[in-house]
Design a protein around this ligand. Structure first.
Ligand code: AP5
Ligand code: MG
Length: 195
């Protein structure tokens, strides 16, 4: 299973990718988590990414494409993976397509999670208070949402055109959303088998 989770900040991509990754026995791969780990360890990558992330902007395409190229080549990703937060630009999506085509392992599905914007803000500002993630401050959250609309939302049409997209309502409890994603995945599997 090779699945991409798409959606604005706070829609639950990371939460759902972790739950489903365990269930499906494949790694949930988050470029955000990889970058935060690099910042924590103060590596060269971390020093480069820190200010960009705190501003709510995107780390350069070639940097995250390099991270993903290396990560999906690891043995634990051979059976599949769930991508959370990558791709985030058309250039990243095209690079991923090329990478997977070279490996002969195309994507199976793209899950597009949607949650009303007011709820996204509540979730992220709630996490800001509880965990203090440095890009969950209100002004940075607004910028992350703006960047999503400008740079990432064109991916919805990109994947719709390739027939991979499954729209899933991300509002409700974590368990309810997981059930909806699982139903959407089996539904499209059946459709794909019929086709
Ligand atoms: P990244 O870490 O990818 O963050 P994001 O997508 O902007 O936002 P979140 O992680 O907050 O959203 P999520 O959809 O994963 O939701 P989550 O499950 O966490 O990226 C951070 C930064 O890194 C970027 O801004 C950029 O600078 C850089 N970066 C990363 N990838 C990049 C790339 N490919 N290219 C360039 N730059 C990149 O949930 C959010 C909150 O809601 C949590 O507190 C959670 O507990 C809660 N929650 C989840 N589900 C529910 C529910 N059903 N009900 C109530 N609360 C819920
Ligand atoms: Mg996340």
């Amino acid at each position: 299973m090779r699945i991409v989770f798409l959606g604005p900040p706070g829609t639950g991509k990371g939460t759902q990718a972790k739950v489903l990754g365990k269930r499906l026995g494949v790694p949930a791969i988050s470029t955000g988590d990889m970058l935060r780990e690099a910042v924590r360890r103060e590596t060269a990558l971390g020093r480069h990414a820190k200010a960009i992330m705190e501003a709510g902007a995107l780390v350069p395409d070639e940097v995250v494409i390099g991270l993903i190229r290396e990560r999906i080549a690891s043995p634990d990703a051979a059976r599949g993976f769930l991508l959370d937060g990558f791709p985030r630009t058309i250039a990243q999506a095209e690079a991923l397509e090329q990478l997977l085509e070279d490996n002969g392992t195309p994507l199976d599905r793209v899950v597009n999670l949607a949650v009303p914007e007011a709820n996204l803000l509540d979730r992220l500002l709630g996490r800001c208070e509880q965990e203090g993630r440095s890009d969950d401050r209100p002004e940075t959250v607004r910028e992350r949402l703006r960047v999503y609309i400008e740079k990432t939302s064109p991916l919805v049409a990109f994947y719709e055109a390739s027939g991979l997209l499954a729209h899933v309502d991300g509002f409700g409890s974590v368990d309810d959303v997981t059930d909806r994603i699982e139903r959407a995945l089996t539904r499209t599997e059946r459709t794909a088998r019929r086709a």
